[in-house]
Write a protein that binds this ligand. Structure first.
Ligand code: ADP
Ligand code: ZN
Length: 612
C-alpha cells in the first residue's frame, strides 16, 4: 500500500523522470490530493494526465479514469506500466478471465489506476463493484463529450452524474481541452461540478506554426508542403469525404509516402488496425476524415494538414491541436478556397440540425472564413476567438513570417457588389466575374446581362483578382452563399460599401506559381525532420540521435508498444545532448524515471558508448 505522505514532486521525478511541474499542475494535484473536485481546462499537450495520475498514486485506493475510446486505453495503460505504475483497463476487448482478474485486483485496491468507458462504468454491475472498492478519485477525461455544444457529444457521458450521487466523498476531476464558455458551463452542470475549483489555462500552442494557403491545386500544394517540411514525419491529412480520403491516400502513396486511409466507411477492424499502426510506426501519415483523431495521444504528430475547411474554428483548433503534443515544433497547414465555403454551407444546410443550430453553425463558419482571410497574426485571431488576447504578433504563423500585402479595394468592392445586385443575386463568382470583365459569352447573352451597367466595368483587374475579391467579400460577411445554387447574396454589411460610406481593404493573394518561403524560419532546404533538427547541432548529434531512435524502435517492437511509450523524442534529444556515460548520469535525462532507468538505461548507455 502506498503512503499518504508521499510528495508529488518526488513522484514526478522518481516515477516520471521530470524535474518540475508545468503551469497549474502542482496546484491541481495538491487540490485533488486534499480531496477537492476540479474542472481542468488545459490545451492539448499541456499535461492533463499527470493531474490525475500523480494523485492516483498518492491517495489511498484506486483511481477510476473515464475515457471515451476503448481503442486508446491500452496505450495509456502501457505507458503507465512502463513507468512502474499499477494500471489496468477493463473493457469489452478482454476475455472473461482477464476481466475477472482485473476486477478482483481493483476491488482489493491493488491497482493505482483503472481505465473504463462510461457505458460500462454506469452499469449497475460495475457500480456495485465500485461500492466494494477503495476509491482514490474519478477522473473524467475528454469531459466536453458530455456537452451537446462540444463537437464530440456522447450521450453515455450524461449518465456520469451517478458518480456524484453514489460516491459523494470521492473527488472528481473533469478534464478537457475544449475552450468555449457554453461547453464549460455544460460540463459543470451535467457533471454536478458547481463547487469544483476551476483551473483554466491559456490555450495558446506556441510550438504549432499556423499556415493557410489559397487553394490552387490542393494535392500538389500538399505534396510541396510535405516535401519541403515534413518528409518522413508522422502527420494527419484531413479531407471532407471518404472518397477524397481514398484518392488522396493513393496519390500520396504514389509519391512515396507511407500513408493509410481512415474513415467511417471502413469496417471497424480495419480502422482499428490503421490506428494502431499510426501509433506504433514512425513516419506514418494518416489520411482521414474527422472520424479520426479523438483521444489520440501520440505525442510526435508533426503536422496536421487540412485539404478542406473544417466546420468551425473550434473544430480546427481541436484537429490541429493533435500536432506537437510533445512541445516540439509542429505545423498546422490548410488550403482553402471559395468553393470550400460553399461546400461547408451546403453541409450545414442539408444537415439534420434545428434552424437555430444551423444559424449558429453558419456564424461559426463565418468566423472561420475570417481567420482564413486575416491580414494579421493568425494566432491572435484564433486566441481572441477563444477569449484570449495575445500582446504581440506571434512570429510563428504565415502572416507574421511573410506579412500580407493589402490594397485599397473600396472601388472594386463596390463594383463587385453592385454586379451581384444588377444580376438579381442569382449567380456565382465565376459568372459575375465574366460580367465585370465584359466577356462575350452565350450565357451572358441569354440573360441579357451585356446591357446592364456593370457589364465590362472591371477590366482593371484580372479574373483571379476578381475571384479573390468575391472570396474576400464572402469572408468579410458582405456576401453570403446560397448553398444550393452557389449564388452570391448581399447582406446588410454590404450596404455601407455600396453607398460609398465604408472603405475596404483586401489582401493581395500570392501568385500561385511563386514558391513560398520556408515556414519554420531559417531551416535550410534539405532539412527533413524540422522538429528534431532545430534541436540538434550538427551531423554528429544527428547520427547519435538516429542510433538512439533505432534502439528505441527495437525495444518498442519487442514489447508491442508504440516507440514513444519507451521514451519520447524530448528524452532522446536530451540524451543526445548530455551523452551520459554512467547510469547515475542517465538518471538526470528528462523522462527517465527509476523504472525506465533500470529497464532501459544500460541499453541506451551502450549505444552512446559506441558513438564516443
Ligand atoms: P494532454 O493530455 O494535456 O494533452 P499529456 O498529459 O499527454 O497532455 O502531456 C503531454 C506531454 O507532456 C507528455 O509527453 C507528458 O509526458 C509531458 N509532460 C506533462 N507534464 C510534464 C512535466 N511537468 N514535465 C515534463 N513533461 C511533462
Ligand atoms: Zn502570428
Amino acid at each position: 500500500m502506498k503512503s499518504i505522505m508521499e510528495d508529488p514532486l518526488h513522484i514526478l521525478s522518481s516515477v516520471f523522470g521530470y524535474d518540475a511541474f508545468r503551469g497549474p499542475q502542482a496546484d491541481i494535484i495538491d487540490h485533488v490530493v486534499a480531496g477537492g473536485d476540479a474542472l481542468v481546462l488545459m490545451p492539448t499537450g499541456g499535461g492533463k494526465s499527470l493531474c490525475y495520475q500523480v494523485p492516483a498514486m498518492i491517495r489511498p485506493g484506486v483511481a477510476i479514469v473515464v475515457s471515451p475510446l476503448i481503442a486508446l486505453m491500452q496505450d495509456q495503460v502501457d505507458a503507465l506500466r512502463q513507468v512502474g505504475a499499477k494500471a489496468a483497463y477493463i473493457n469489452s476487448s478482454m476475455s472473461y478471465d482477464q476481466t475477472m482478474h482485473a476486477e478482483s485486483l481493483m476491488q482489493r485496491g491493488e491497482l493505482d489506476l483503472v481505465y473504463v468507458a462510461p457505458e460500462r462504468l454506469c452499469t449497475e454491475r460495475f457500480l456495485s463493484l465500485l461500492d466494494r472498492t477503495p476509491l482514490a478519485l474519478f477522473a473524467i477525461d475528454e469531459a466536453h463529450c458530455v456537452s451537446q455544444w462540444g463537437h464530440d457529444f456522447r450521450p453515455e457521458y450524461r449518465q456520469l452524474t451517478v458518480l456524484h450521487e453514489r460516491f459523494p466523498d470521492v473527488p472528481r476531476l473533469a478534464l478537457t481541452a475544449t475552450a468555449d464558455e457554453p461547453t464549460r458551463e455544460d460540463i459543470v452542470d451535467r457533471l454536478q461540478l458547481t463547487d469544483a475549483r476551476r483551473f483554466i489555462s491559456g490555450f495558446d500552442r506556441p510550438n504549432i506554426s499556423y499556415h493557410v494557403t489559397l487553394k490552387d491545386n490542393a494535392r500538389k500544394q500538399l505534396l510541396a508542403f510535405l516535401e519541403e517540411q515534413h518528409r518522413g514525419d508522422s502527420g494527419i491529412v484531413y479531407c471532407m469525404s471518404r472518397k477524397k480520403v481514398e484518392q488522396t491516400a493513393e496519390w500520396l502513396r504514389g509519391h512515396g509516402y507511407h500513408t493509410l486511409p481512415y474513415h467511417a466507411g471502413l469496417d471497424s477492424a480495419t480502422r482499428q488496425r490503421h490506428q494502431d499502426r499510426f501509433l506504433r510506426e514512425e513516419g506514418l501519415v494518416m489520411t482521414a476524415t474527422i472520424a479520426f483523431g479523438m483521444g489520440i495521444d501520440k505525442p510526435d504528430v508533426r503536422f496536421v494538414a487540412h485539404l478542406d475547411l473544417p466546420k468551425s474554428l473550434e473544430a480546427y483548433y481541436q484537429e490541429t491541436g493533435r500536432a506537437g503534443r510533445d512541445g516540439l515544433a509542429a505545423t498546422a497547414w490548410m488550403t482553402y478556397g471559395l468553393a470550400d465555403a460553399v461546400a461547408v454551407r451546403g453541409f450545414i444546410d442539408r444537415g439534420e440540425a434545428s434552424a437555430t443550430q444551423k444559424r449558429i453553425e453558419h456564424q461559426k463558419l463565418n468566423a472561420l472564413l475570417g481567420y482564413c482571410e486575416t491580414t494579421t497574426c493568425r494566432r491572435r485571431v484564433l486566441l481572441s476567438y477563444f477569449g484570449e488576447t495575445l500582446a504581440e504578433p506571434c512570429g510563428n504563423c504565415d502572416t507574421c513570417l511573410t506579412p500580407v500585402e493589402t490594397w485599397d479595394g473600396t472601388k472594386a468592392a463596390q463594383k463587385a457588389l453592385s454586379c451581384v445586385y444588377r444580376t438579381d443575386q442569382t449567380f456565382g463568382a465565376s459568372y459575375l466575374t465574366d460580367v465585370l470583365l465584359g466577356v462575350d459569352s452565350e450565357r451572358i447573352g441569354r440573360f441579357g446581362h451585356e446591357h446592364i451597367s456593370t457589364f465590362g466595368i472591371g477590366t482593371e483587374l484580372t479574373r483571379p483578382q476578381w475571384l479573390s475579391v468575391y472570396r474576400q467579400l464572402v469572408a468579410a460577411g458582405m456576401l453570403t452563399v446560397d448553398s444550393e445554387h452557389g449564388s452570391l447574396i448581399l447582406t446588410e454589411a454590404a450596404v455601407p460599401v455600396l453607398k460609398g460610406e465604408a472603405e475596404v481593404k483586401f489582401r493581395k493573394d500570392p501568385r500561385p506559381a511563386k514558391r513560398r518561403g520556408k515556414v519554420n524560419g531559417g531551416a535550410g532546404d534539405t532539412k527533413r525532420r524540422v522538429d528534431v533538427d532545430t534541436q540538434l547541432d550538427g551531423s554528429d548529434e544527428r547520427a547519435l540521435f538516429d542510433a538512439l531512435r533505432a534502439k528505441r524502435a527495437e525495444l518498442a517492437k519487442s514489447q508491442g508498444v508504440p516507440p514513444y511509450v519507451v521514451f519520447d523524442n524530448r528524452t532522446l534529444i536530451d540524451m543526445t545532448k548530455r551523452r551520459p556515460a554512467r547510469l547515475i548520469d542517465m538518471a538526470h535525462v528528462t523522462g527517465v524515471g527509476e523504472v525506465k532507468l533500470k529497464k532501459y538505461g544500460q541499453a541506451f548507455l551502450d549505444v552512446i558508448a559506441l558513438h564516443a
